[in-house]
Design a protein. Structure first.
Length: 127
């Protein structure tokens, strides 16, 4: 079970940097990329999908108390994960698969490729 997050008033007062965690879900694995406010990749991790995936993801994310999640295809393949995150009280946005695919094509020479594209697209949608 995820640990309780600090209250909103405590988080606002501490002014911790917000980390955006983009998740590219697939049937057998989910890749998560943490991006800071400047758009720099902070960390990346691949999680094999099994009964403990959500618990492992949350444990990995504990290092960033101020975080938002951007899940590619939260209405499709990423739906279960997005629902679990929302039920745990996390801030979750959907990054439509079509938007991520377009970003990959247009950003072929950009810093953000692959799973990081989800975080980059979500960052541009939600400052």
């Amino acid at each position: 079970m995820p640990t309780a997050r600090p209250s909103l008033s405590h988080r606002v007062q501490s002014r911790l940097p917000v980390i955006l965690i983009g998740i590219d879900p697939h049937k057998s694995s989910h890749t998560a990329v943490a991006v800071d406010a400047a758009g720099h990749q902070v960390a990346q991790r691949r999680f094999v999908v099994n009964a403990g995936t959500f618990r492992q993801l949350m444990r990995w994310c504990e290092q960033w108390p101020e975080r938002r999640f951007a899940v590619e295809g939260a209405r499709g393949l990423g739906r279960t994960l997005a629902q679990q995150l929302a039920a745990a009280g996390e801030n979750v946005v959907d990054v439509p698969s079509t938007l991520s695919a377009r970003a990959r094509v247009l950003g072929a020479h950009c810093v953000f490729r692959g799973p990081g594209t989800v975080a980059a697209r979500a960052e541009s949608l939600h400052p």
